[in-house]
Design a binder for this molecule. Sequence first.
Ligand SMILES: [Zn+2]
Length: 419
Amino acid sequence: MSVETAGLQQFSLGEQIVGRIDALAAISETPEHLARIFLTPEHRAAADLILSWMREAGMRAHLDAIGNVCGRYEGDRPGLPCLMLGSHYDTVRDAGKWDGPLGVITAIACVAELNRRGKRLPFAIEITGFADEEGVRFASTLLGSRAIAGTFDESVLAGRDRDGVSMREALQRFGLDPDHIGAAARVRRELLAYLELHIEQGPVLEDQDIPVGVVTAIAGATRLAAQLTGMAGHAGTVPMGLRHDALAGAAECISAIEYFCRTDGNGLVGTVGYVRAAPGATNVIPGQVSFTIDIRAPTDMHRNRSVADIVRQIEAIAKRRGLALQLDVTHENRTVPCAPWLKSQIANAIAAEGFAVFELPSGAGHDGMAMIDIADVGMIFVRCRGGVSHHPDEHVELADADAGARVLLRVIENFRAAN
Ligand SMILES: [Zn+2]
């Protein structure tokens, strides 16, 4: 057997997955910049392609009331509760091709493999390709998984895209009935668990030199908007000791946030991603500065304590510098812990494939944040090059795609529901 043939056999699942990742990536608003946005013609074309793959894998498949692609592979008798696998197939603009589709395509490859062997399990397998996770079109995320979890907020139907089209209108044009979104909802007794395979979107697995990891939790996040108000003044005439420089104060706050998170050692991350100084002139002392703070941690308790600590530090800096401070929480979401019983089944599968078992939290949001309302959640991360994501350079090696698929297949075949 030639080396090449051996390689093909060794990575047979990975080969198919990468081929389909490329096929799906070809469905884009523009050929140069991958963009597959909710309720567009590309959404429809991608859904049709995924439906065809599901049917080819021996599944019944349909589009649900919000545009999710849903497939079902019956267990050893019909009507059994399911292990639900899934991820999203929408993208951001100028996206990479792996974020989302890898989870959907890998799950289908696993079911196709079971089907090829004629294997039925003592539970059903369902795969959901969520229609909108990223929230690009209507600035509201997790639309597909919220519909499945029965937590879809009807008020978002009135939201409009950048062309002024409401979500209600967009659903109707797509051929879906906005008044029937409730029909997409599932209930807890139908699901044994929700399991998602996704690219890491960070550099940790690459740093550890391992292809797959066990996710411990989807980190919750707190976002704050801060405004510091001092006194604008002439850059030449106001002595340093008499200044109330809002931007210098903000700089001290930013350094304090970075230092606090950097020295935490328990997975805390903090980012100031936006700063605006007014009046914003070379020769004027900045009188007012607005900036944002994004804080994430693997547990809610750790995040809440850290946010309180950071707020105290910012208040102290403002007070010492004679700056007025306005601080508002603009967004907050809870941490979604992955179920210990699922983590251990994933860890067993990773070990059985001969890889080191490594646990890591997810700093990015995922559909599990919605699915937790109706099922225990587990996640498998697959290494991506340089940790790059939401970018055309996003890349997964064929061998890693294959490793992820073999781990997922093993988890499915050895799956035992929680008691
Ligand atoms: Zn994603």
